[in-house]
Design a protein around this ligand. Sequence first.
Ligand SMILES: [Zn+2]
Length: 142
Amino acid sequence: MDSRDVRRMLESMAATAHSAADEARGRMQSASQTISDKYDEAKLNLMLARVRGEQERVFADMGRTLFLMNTGNYPDDEAHPTAQQTIDRLLIAAEQKQQEIDRLLAKMHAVSGAVVCPFCGHRCEEDARFCAECGAKLAKGE
Ligand SMILES: [Zn+2]
């Protein structure tokens, strides 16, 4: 596994991310209907912190996988999933966490009117189109 392989894999990740998003969306649809309306902002903040932490661990796993590939240390045997399989699994997991975050943020907006960046958690102006902290596009401004 050399850096050319890593580059090729990164190129295929865009396509994988797209199908991962579709798959995660399908799985989330039923779950999103079960959440209760009773959560106040403090509870929502706790839940957001937990899900963000879980997503950060997924991102860390992705980084570690890419690093192991790039240094030729990713395990290359039958006992382990391939690097591509691992990355695919992590992309789906990250997408699921993002959809949980988006769902919680929508809930928070309904409860308190807060507009929070889905990517960095910065509390934004009500009419902002982009996050003042990280620059991400805010869905509400579309
Ligand atoms: Zn942000």
